[in-house]
Structures are given as structure tokens and as C-alpha cells.
Design a protein around this ligand. Structure first.
Ligand code: AP5
Ligand code: MG
Length: 208
């Protein structure tokens, strides 16, 4: 099963992806995670992507498409994959549609105001990578794994606003694009995360 997770920044793609890949045993591919790993390791790809990401802009299509062609050709994608953060433009969607069969696109629907709250309060553990929100942290930055919760570089308020603008202009049109292909499934993501997941689970189960 090859699935795309579509949704604005902060809609909960990463949160839901963790549950989906566990239950459906498919490979999780997050373009954002790949870029952040490359930035941390100071690779040539990381150096190319860093300035775009820190300003809340999209990395150019040619770089993303080449990276994804390579990633999708790897052995672990044969059992099925979940794309989180790709495609994000019509050019990327066309490239993906030509290369791979996609069985469903889950569109996580959210109100923009809630997204700013979610993103500016998000914290990620520097040790195990767990994601949480300051709402649940009671002012404590330490994670059980021994790591510390930190803010993502692009979660500063100005950058968040830019990312949401970019989403509206360049990624939102993909909702129509995939609806026309008959593979779009809308999910109300503005609810408790386990309730959101129940709908996703039912939708994916019915595809199997
Ligand atoms: P990427 O890492 O993909 O970021 P994003 O799309 O902006 O999405 P986020 O990871 O910020 O949010 P999410 O939807 O995963 O939400 P999460 O589950 O964490 O991309 C980063 C950058 O890389 C881009 O800006 C771009 O520059 C570049 N890039 C990546 N892909 C690209 C591409 N294809 N083309 C070009 N450039 C690309 O949840 C958010 C918060 O909400 C957390 O605190 C979480 O705990 C909380 N939360 C989640 N669900 C719920 C819920 N139901 N109720 C309450 N709180 C919740
Ligand atoms: Mg994410």
C-alpha cells in the first residue's frame, strides 16, 4: 500500500505517521526529516536545503524530486510506503504520479489558527526524537530517554507564518489534484490525535 499524507505544517502528519507505519507495516518517508538529518550531518544536500528551510520556503523541486527518486528506489519501499511532506507542489505530484502508483491520499484538514498554536508550542526530544507540545510538558524540558526537548529551528513564529503562506499557495492545490484522480480521503484533523487516527485506520483498513 502506497500512501501520501497531505496537510498543512502542524496538521499532525508526523504524529499520525508514527501510528500508521506501526499498524500497516509500511516505510515512513518524511522529506523534512531527511533534510534535517542532512543539515545536522552537514552533507552537500543539507547545505543546499538549509537556507530554504530556515526561511520557511520550499526546497527547489529539482532537488526534492532527485532525492525522492533515489529514496523510493530503495528496497524497504517494496513493502509499501507512507509519504509525509511529499509531494508539495504540482510539479512534484506529476513526477510522483509518473513514477509510482499511489493508492490513497489522506488529507489532514485543520484550521490555520490552531496550526500556529500547535507549531509554536511543539518541542522535539534531541535524544529520541519524540514530539510533544508545551501544553503537556508542565514546564519540564527533560525527556525520559535522558535527552532534552528543544524547539525546531523553523518553528519560530515568523517562519511558521511563512510556511503556512507557502502551503496555501503551493501545496493546497494538490487537494484538488488528487481529488480529480479519485484517491483523496479527507480526515478532520482538528480533534484529539487518537480519534483522528481511528478515522485514518478505518479508511486504510477498507483499502486493504
Ligand atoms: P516538514 O518537516 O515536512 O514540516 P511541515 O510540513 O511544515 O510539517 P510539520 O512537520 O511541521 O508538521 P506535522 O504535520 O508533521 O505535525 P506534527 O505531527 O509534528 O518540512 C520542513 C521543511 O522542509 C519545509 O518547510 C520545506 O522547507 C522543506 N521540505 C520538506 N518537504 C519538502 C518538499 N516536498 N518540497 C520542498 N520542500 C520541502 O504535529 C505538530 C504539533 O501538534 C506537535 O506539537 C504535536 O504534538 C501536536 N499535535 C499533533 N496532532 C495533534 C492533535 N490531534 N491534537 C493536538 N495536538 C496535536
Ligand atoms: Mg512533520
Amino acid at each position: 500500500m502506497n500512501i501520501v499524507l497531505l496537510g498543512a505544517p502542524g496538521a499532525g502528519k508526523g504524529t499520525q505517521a508514527a501510528k500508521i507505519i506501526n499498524d500497516f507495516e509500511i516505510t515512513h518517508i518524511s522529506t523534512g526529516e531527511i533534510f534535517r538529518k542532512n543539515i545536522k550531518e552537514k552533507t552537500p544536500l543539507g547545505e543546499k536545503a538549509q537556507s530554504y528551510i530556515n526561511e520557511g520556503k520550499l526546497v527547489p523541486d529539482s532537488i526534492v524530486i532527485d532525492m525522492m527518486k533515489d529514496r523510493l528506489s530503495q528496497q524497504d519501499c517494496k513493502k509499501g510506503f507512507l509519504l509525509d511532506g511529499f509531494p508539495r507542489t504540482t510539479v512534484q505530484a506529476e513526477a510522483l504520479s509518473k513514477a509510482m502508483q499511489i493508492h490513497a491520499v489522506l488529507n489532514l484538514q485543520m484550521d490555520i489558527k490552531t496550526l500556529i498554536y500547535r507549531l509554536s508550542g511543539r518541542r522535539i526530544c534531541s535524544g529520541c526524537g519524540n514530539t510533544t507540545h508545551i501544553e503537556f510538558m508542565n514546564g519540564i524540558d527533560d525527556c525520559n530517554c535522558g535527552g532534552r526537548y528543544v524547539q525546531r529551528e523553523d518553528d519560530k513564529e515568523e517562519t511558521v507564518k511563512n510556511r503556512l503562506k507557502v502551503y496555501e499557495e503551493q501545496t493546497k492545490p494538490l487537494i484538488d489534484y488528487f481529488a480529480k484522480k479519485g484517491i483523496l480521503i479527507n480526515i478532520n484533523a482538528d480533534r484529539y490525535k487518537d480519534i483522528v487516527y481511528q478515522d485514518i485506520y478505518e479508511a486504510l483498513k477498507s483499502l486493504k
